[in-house]
Design a protein around this ligand. Structure first.
Ligand SMILES: [Zn+2]
Length: 436
């Protein structure tokens, strides 16, 4: 039984072949040139896929969706100054309803740019989960844990995490949770070890920022005598459940350590470039070590958008540049970083369009001059398109957008509310004496 209407997509292009798809109960039931309902059988909805190319829904491996509220506020600042003088003071003012407004705007942007899954890490996790669920996407929702070295704060944060675990019962089927220590420099070692144990006993992914800046590595070396990945290893946090965002300054030994443990690194090239973190994640080294890599945008205040199609291009370009090798990270591999690789570690099907897979997919229109002529659809998607080429977005068998029309969602209201909320929060948080 399901509230999801059955869906018949006719004559789309899948891997170069004209293919129809029959979707029932959120699953791709049949796929092929003659796939469709049996004679006399009815489907609830038929979509004409002629001329459109189907791809798996894109998966954003690391983001903070509510930070749409701060998009374009505090650009062009160094990372730590930006966090300390803008983002953290403003975030301290956010109410759950503010977060709700920001997350809904983010989901709208993701639906419009072909993303059907996000791995989020933020405050007010219950509200994040509610907003994403209402918008029809899938997600892992992490509750951001920061204690700033304070034992009392740590106890309060532990209670918050236990509430987060309890909340699992009330979550919709498309939402799962992660543990979310912010970083080694904002969370006490004791708290990291506690979260590592919890990740094991509850079998939960542990999502953390790791080795994002040179300063983080230097501070870790002088405080603990080891580099960040080894520090996490000593605390029992390195495991197949570890999802480490950035990893910009991981050296070869750390890459091998993470690979051997079966951990995952999320690379976020646009945010690293914008915040000038200096290093570039060693993707070629990670591949050699056998480390699993996935792709994310990071928060929309440090990117400044959630367009995974643009992110695929950036990761391919920056890695070719770093390796001085144009064959490094070809387009198909960039697509895997946003589809199959995250599916392998975070679940919800194979991240491919195939029979029996969850119906999370997009239809892309390559008729725009910038994607013509069409020698290779994957090349067109990764190197020439952007999110605006996404024509239809389907998640869990539900049509969230078709012909660029978002369905069942009041788009104007979401944009207006997020705008009003963002202005109110930013006005309150504006640092006095800020140079203008
Ligand atoms: Zn982040």
């Amino acid at each position: 039984m399901s509230d999801r209407p059955s869906l018949w997509i006719q004559n789309a292009v899948v891997d170069g072949e004209t293919t129809s798809l029959l979707i029932r109960n959120g699953v791709i039931e049949a796929l092929g040139s003659d796939a469709g309902p049996s004679p006399g059988e009815e489907v609830d909805r038929t979509l004409d896929g002629s001329g459109l190319h189907a791809f798996p829904g894109l998966r954003n491996g690391h983001t903070h969706a509510a930070m749409t509220l701060f998009r374009g506020w505090g650009d062009d600042m160094p990372l730590m100054e930006w966090l300390q003088t803008r983002i953290w003071p403003a975030e301290a003012l956010l109410t759950p309803e503010d977060v709700y407004d920001g997350v809904r705007l983010a989901c709208l942007e993701m639906i419009r740019s072909g993303t059907t899954y996000l791995n989020d890490l933020y405050w007010h996790h219950e509200t994040v989960a509610r907003a994403i669920d209402e918008m029809g996407l899938r997600a892992h929702v992490g509750a951001a844990f920061l204690d700033f070295g304070d034992a009392e704060k740590a106890r309060a944060q532990q209670k918050m995490v236990l509430r987060h675990l309890d909340s699992r019962k009330e979550l919709g089927a498309r939402i799962r949770i992660t543990l979310g220590p912010h970083a080694i420099y904002t969370v006490r070692p004791e708290s990291l070890a506690w979260l590592g144990e919890l990740s094991e006993s509850e079998d939960l992914p542990l999502h953390i920022h790791l080795s994002e800046t040179r300063g983080e590595v230097d501070d870790c070396l002088s405080a603990h005598g080891v580099r960040p990945a080894h520090f996490l290893e000593e605390l029992g946090v390195v495991s197949p459940r570890l999802i480490a965002a950035h990893g910009v300054y991981l050296d070869a030994e750390e890459l091998a350590l993470l690979a051997d443990a079966g951990a995952t690194v999320v690379t976020n090239p646009n945010a690293n470039l914008k915040l000038a973190t200096g290093g570039i994640f060693d993707y070629a080294g990670a591949r050699r070590a056998g480390l699993r890599v996935i792709l994310g945008t990071d928060g929309p205040a440090s990117n400044n958008d959630l367009d995974m199609i643009e992110e695929m291009k950036t990761v391919a370009l920056i890695q070719k540049h770093r390796a001085e090798d144009a064959t490094c990270l070809p387009a198909r591999e960039a697509l895997e970083l946003a589809t199959e690789n995250p599916a392998e570690v975070l679940g919800w099907g194979p991240g491919r369009i195939e029979e029996g897979a969850p119906a999370d997919l997009i239809l892309v229109d390559f008729s725009h001059p910038s994607t013509q002529p069409l020698h290779d659809p994957v090349s067109a998607l990764v190197y020439a398109a952007n999110g605006r080429a996404v024509h239809t977005t389907i998640c869990d068998g539900r049509v969230l957008m078709h012909r660029w029309e978002v369905e069942g969602i009041d788009e104007e209201e979401i944009i207006a509310r997020a705008g009003a909320t963002a202005r109110r929060v930013v006005e309150k948080a504006e640092p006095s004496g800020r140079p203008r």
